[in-house]
Design a protein around this ligand. Structure first.
Ligand code: FES
Length: 112
């Protein structure tokens, strides 16, 4: 018997709020939320936007997002059976879906 993990994901661009899409992904114990997001992008919706670089437990910090209302790293949080809500960071400028502009303001070359 296969088990399903349900990812309820906030979609949209800057200024969009309140639109969620729900995706069912195969649940495999030990897999991360990031594994689930990559599965969605490969098998269901290649337009889903999220950030990651190291895929390896809290090195690059690109994958930070709100997971069930708390900030966390998608590569270290585990998939679970049942529903998990994923949203972009609340205090950063949203680029699209779960991807935010995480560059500190003083490091930007262009004011924005
Ligand atoms: S992908 Fe690098 S910390 Fe999560």
């Amino acid at each position: 018997m296969s088990t399903i993990a349900v990812l309820r994901i906030a979609r949209g661009g800057p200024g969009d709020a309140g639109r969620f899409e729900t995706f069912e992904v195969p649940y495999v114990p030990g897999q991360s939320i990031l594994d689930g997001l990559m599965w969605i992008r490969e098998h269901v919706d290649p337009s889903l936007a999220f950030r990651f670089a190291c895929i390896n437990a809290n090195v690059c910090k690109e994958c930070v997002m709100r997971i069930d209302g708390k900030n966390g790293y998608a590569c270290t949080e585990r998939l679970k059976p049942g529903e998990t809500a994923l949203e972009p960071l609340a205090n950063k400028r949203r680029i699209r879906d779960l991807a935010c502009d995480t560059v500190p303001p003083k490091e930007r070359l262009i004011a924005g």
